[in-house]
Design a protein around this ligand. Sequence first.
Ligand SMILES: Cc1cc2nc3c(=O)[nH]c(=O)nc-3n(C[C@H](O)[C@H](O)[C@H](O)COP(=O)(O)OP(=O)(O)OC[C@H]3O[C@@H](n4cnc5c(N)ncnc54)[C@H](O)[C@@H]3O)c2cc1C
Length: 416
Amino acid sequence: MRYSGLKVITQGLFGNKGWKPAWRDPEPKAEYDAVIIGGGGHGLSTAYYLAKNHGLRNIAVLEKGYLGGGNVGRNTTIVRANYFLPGNSEFYSHSLKLWEKLETELNYNVMHSQRGQVVLFHSDGQRDAAVRRANAIVNQGDDAEILDVPTLKERFPFLDYEQTRFPIYGGMNQARAGTARHDAVAWGYARGADQMGVDLIQNCEVTGIDIEGGRVVGVQTTRGAIKAKKVGMVAAGRSGQVAAMAGMRLPVESHIMQAYVTEGLKPCIDTVISFGMGHFYISQSDKGGLIFGGDIDFYASYAARGNLPMLEHVMEAGMTLMPMIGRAKVLRTWGGIMDMTPDGSPIIDKTHIEGLFVDAGWNYGGFKATPASGWCMAHLMATGQTHEVAAKFRLDRFRTGHLLDEEGTGSQHNLH
Ligand SMILES: Cc1cc2nc3c(=O)[nH]c(=O)nc-3n(C[C@H](O)[C@H](O)[C@H](O)COP(=O)(O)OP(=O)(O)OC[C@H]3O[C@@H](n4cnc5c(N)ncnc54)[C@H](O)[C@@H]3O)c2cc1C
């Protein structure tokens, strides 16, 4: 069923009784050409592009919970392409271009809103770094501009410009950055993949990876054994555990990151604002709630919930930047499990086991990568070749020392 404005109107007139489920609920088959472990944004987009770009149809996505229940439905929804290092910048540039056509591509409203993102800077050193970053972004073919304090004051009168510790010196704006509705991205890819025949198997936890003679031959699941010649591990915060089933130890640690949402307010923040001296970023949802987040909880954990000291730390960052936030009531918080790499950049690569691939290490920035991650992982799984925009996301960089050391959050504390 194609979605359209006309369909919404006619369904509304006749009691909304004609909508069909957006995807099937199939029983797992005994064998597939390719199996993806993890039905988050990256797993679903991998399956979608395997079918769409490479013509593979006999594919299953195995999800231990429900589609969209992981980080893809828990993030603070920021989409941007403002990376500096070669290796990262072309990848996120590619991703943003895919975002810009995603709703038409999927025939699904993912509420992608290019409302911009302003990363503030708070010292001369940070200003220099922001200008350098902006030039690199423009050279990459994306957009960036430096905003001075009078311009910022006009747009954001509520920021505390004069505070003695972190006065605001200006900001770097990317107008094409913005937000999207996080779980709708999972639903859109799920529906698109299902329409091309991909089996989306929910409540199906992978408990083992079968390897014979150095080749992957299938997986063990809570719904039985499934054979497959190709297996993609796309399990985000659980990547380390899934890779361990194949005897691998990934250079990944899992940490919790929390998100916070206030009561609905009148429109007051029409962009995304990132604090340059702390890991704090904020936007306003279409329902009016302020959505914000900050640092990860500083210990490794698989519990998808956070602790109160980090909540206090993030609230302090918010109060430092915009004291008005103290008047808003926080209604909800939740946590997601981050797969943190030592250099802050991801991994899309083959493994030493024939037919077994890994897509992991998305840290706190993988939502914006969802389209390009699936695109590149599908390319790798289908052709055996690394896609050119993911050429540096190799596992061996941790052995050779060719790290892609870019936290990518905007704040660079060492420059203050
Ligand atoms: C609070 C928070 C804020 C964030 N903010 C942003 C942001 O503003 N911008 C941004 O770009 N990124 C952000 N991120 C990061 C982003 O959400 C993640 O990097 C990204 O969603 C990870 O990829 P995914 O969608 O595939 O993960 P997930 O949705 O977590 O998918 C992985 C799936 O694998 C499944 N799985 C795990 N183990 C197994 C198994 N054994 N068998 C079967 N299935 C399994 C899980 O159930 C899960 O559904 C944020 C994350 C959090 C938690």
